[in-house]
Design a protein around this ligand. Structure first.
Ligand code: PXP
Length: 257
């Protein structure tokens, strides 16, 4: 049994740097240092560092991706939209994995899952290109049967189920969102996919996600960075790591070594 894996998304650390030093990143006083934040996340128990290189470069920069790739022992999961420019960078940098996400310039954060069913040939082709150079592929999708079936046909190793609707649902809708995630996890696992999840996960809502079977990895960013303001990033990650160790049935992944 492997423990439930924790991917720490450190985009917000880069966001803070960009707010002040967008044009002065080269200065020695530019802060905060994204690599330092990654090291703190590692110390706190992160199994993976997750970063999103967005088309508009609002937080993570190309130089960050290369620097982290060269400096970190922890595996890197690169979230990216389906644009040729970003795909080319991924193929060159070769992170451990990529997570294909939808990306719209005006959105505050990734909204909704990737429409794999609606662009299956593009997702399949991108998946193959990444796998050809040894990168594992995850698809960030809503827990929807049609998207899960399409994801399995692309040949991607993993799906990351979008937990944002669950995190933002209150009242009876919340139980419905959990049911969708439970059904989605069963379907994805049955289709041979490794099941990850992410978006909006906090120490407060994590326990409810324990009802979802077959989870291999969670990717968590916003809450950890917020919590870090009070107790520091290492402690925030350790706190989450500790709670995640209570996940009842972390399975052996199908094929993620
Ligand atoms: N997974 C994916 C694919 C994401 O796009 C994000 C947000 O960048 C996360 C996980 C982390 O979400 P949050 O910051 O809400 O924890």
């Amino acid at each position: 049994m492997s423990r439930l894996q924790l991917g720490v998304n450190i985009d917000h650390v880069a966001t803070l740097r960009e707010v002040r030093y967008r044009d002065l990143r080269h200065l020695p006083n530019a802060e905060p240092d994204v690599l330092q934040a990654c090291r703190e996340a590692e110390t706190g128990g992160a199994d993976q560092i997750t970063i999103h290189l967005r088309q508009d470069r609002r937080h993570i920069q190309d130089a960050d991706v290369r620097r982290l790739r060269d400096a970190l022992d922890t595996r890197i999961n690169l979230e990216m939209g389906l644009t040729e420019e970003i795909i080319a960078i991924a193929l060159e940098v070769r992170p451990y994995s990529v997570c294909l996400v939808p990306e719209h310039r005006q959105e505050v954060t990734t909204e909704g899952g990737l429409d794999v069913a609606g662009q299956e040939s593009l997702v399949t082709a991108t998946t193959r290109r990444c796998q050809a150079v040894g990168i594992k592929v995850s698809l960030f999708i809503d827990p929807d049967a049609r998207q899960i079936a399409a994801a399995a046909r692309t040949g991607a190793e993993m799906v990351e189920l979008h937990t944002g609707s669950f995190a933002n649902a209150h009242g009876p809708a919340r139980a419905q969102e959990i049911e969708k995630l439970v059904a989605g996890a069963h379907a994805a696992h049955a289709a041979g996919l490794v099941v990850n999840a992410g978006h909006g996960i906090t120490t407060r809502n994590l326990g409810e996600l324990f009802a979802v079977p077959h989870l291999h990895e969670l990717n968590i960013g916003h809450h950890l960075v917020c919590r870090a303001l009070s107790i520091g990033l290492t402690a925030a990650v350790a706190e989450m790591r500790d709670l995640m160790n209570r996940y009842p049935s972390a399975p052996e992944p199908h094929e993620v070594a």
